[in-house]
Design a protein around this ligand. Sequence first.
Ligand SMILES: Cc1cc2nc3c(=O)[nH]c(=O)nc-3n(C[C@H](O)[C@H](O)[C@H](O)COP(=O)(O)O)c2cc1C
Length: 192
Amino acid sequence: MTSTRAIKVLGIGGSLRDGSQSERALRIALAGAEEAGAEVSAITGSALLLPFYDAGIDERAPEALQLVEAVRAADGIVVVSPGYHGALSGLVKNALDYVEDLRSDTRPYLDGRGVGLIAVAYGWQAAVTTLDQLRTIAHALRGWPTPLGGAVNTAEVKFDEAGGASEERVVANLRLIGRQVAEFGVARRTLG
Ligand SMILES: Cc1cc2nc3c(=O)[nH]c(=O)nc-3n(C[C@H](O)[C@H](O)[C@H](O)COP(=O)(O)O)c2cc1C
């Protein structure tokens, strides 16, 4: 029997800064997933303040367990990082390192999940190199990056509190990424 439950899309990312531009970008992408019928949730800001991932121990902080469980339950993921020195931030990378705890699952790592990837930096160079790194990581984790990725230059576009941005085109692209994650989840479920 085909399941009729909503596809679950989890957003991970942003920075610890008040008014984080990358978190706002994430929320726009998740709104796109929601419009496409997904049930969305997000782990952002201080919820990403996890101990450094330690592969040598089994104990995990409650917040880390929550993150791992949320990824396990998700049908699709959106990851957004600010560009820090041309790369994704340590905060986001450390969160992604915890996906290692799904290595023995029947759906290991990000297997079978659409992954929307967005990089937000104050310049094109870091936006593009960070997006590229996020894609490499998603592939390494056996995820399925969406056809459209997001490279946002905050020197040219600003996200507001209300879920919009100074450039409607950017909002539309980010929403489309979220939509593609949700649609991949539906397509994948249809295949069984
Ligand atoms: C530690 C640090 C390093 C950064 N490095 C770069 C960089 O290499 N290139 C760039 O374009 N922007 C860089 N930025 C700017 C951020 O990518 C940009 O302000 C981004 O919008 C921040 O995201 P946030 O608002 O979510 O914190 C850096 C910012 C910080 C705090």
